[in-house]
Ligand binder design. Structure first.
Ligand code: GAR
Length: 212
């Protein structure tokens, strides 16, 4: 789980939807604000707009449709087969909505961002606006987002970073999602920078951030 800071991190991004998270990483990488190069984008859906964002920049893409497979193991085998030739140092999930089974070689090398303060509002069925709906319905006063290492369960792996935002009186799903996504656009790159600098140390299921 460490990386020499000398050369840019090779990142593969996995997504299922519009790709605003990918867009943020691409913009930061182009502005030299992320020590990383997005070398491959894979979607679990053929109609994901995130694929277009990658193609516009000449980044290789692939589609491995979840619906073509029954078991998560079969889907994951096909997915990692497509990822492997691109030799990513790190895999970043960015609005990727399917369960993965992580091969041993990628353990501790897959990050996800989830739009809630885990372990609340995580797990199967909690994604995108469904999370914000549930947070509002529950009457939470605080919402937020979590970057975590991915293991073989939904939204379960060791937490790298979290950012809280207030839930305001007049919030609806859109306004809350916008506030959480603003936090996501900061905290995901911060976590990737820590990874790239070799500053994340996994101890049991706790992630220690080593001093810079
Ligand atoms: C983000 O809010 C991300 O936290 C959420 O999807 C959105 C990204 O969509 N991810 C999940 O809900 C994963 N459980 P986009 O990057 O496709 O625009």
């Amino acid at each position: 789980m460490s990386q020499t800071p000398s050369k840019p991190l090779r990142i593969a991004v996995l997504l299922s939807g519009s790709g605003t998270t990918l867009e943020n990483l691409l913009v930061l990488s182009a502005a030299h604000q992320l020590p990383a190069e997005i070398v491959f984008v894979l979607s679990s859906r053929a109609d994901a707009y995130g694929l277009e964002r990658a193609k516009q920049r000449g980044i290789p893409t692939a589609v491995v449709e979840r619906k073509r497979f029954v078991l998560p193991e079969e889907f994951s085998d096909a997915l990692f087969e497509a990822v492997r030739p691109h030799r990513p140092d790190l895999i970043c999930l960015a609005g990727f909505l399917s369960l993965l089974k992580i091969p041993a070689e990628y353990a501790g090398r897959v990050l996800n961002i989830h739009p809630a303060l885990l372990p609340s509002f995580g797990g199967k069925g909690y994604y995108g606006n469904r999370v914000h709906e549930a947070v509002l319905k529950h009457g939470c006063k605080v919402a937020g987002c979590t970057v975590h290492f991915v293991d073989n369960e939904y939204d379960h792996g060791p937490i790298v970073a979290q950012r809280a935002v207030a839930v305001l009186e007049g919030d609806d799903v859109e306004s809350l999602a916008a506030r959480v996504q603003e936090a996501e656009r900061e905290v995901y790159p911060e976590a990737i920078r820590l990874y790239a600098a070799g500053r994340l140390r996994l101890e049991d299921r706790r992630v220690r951030v080593l001093p810079g």
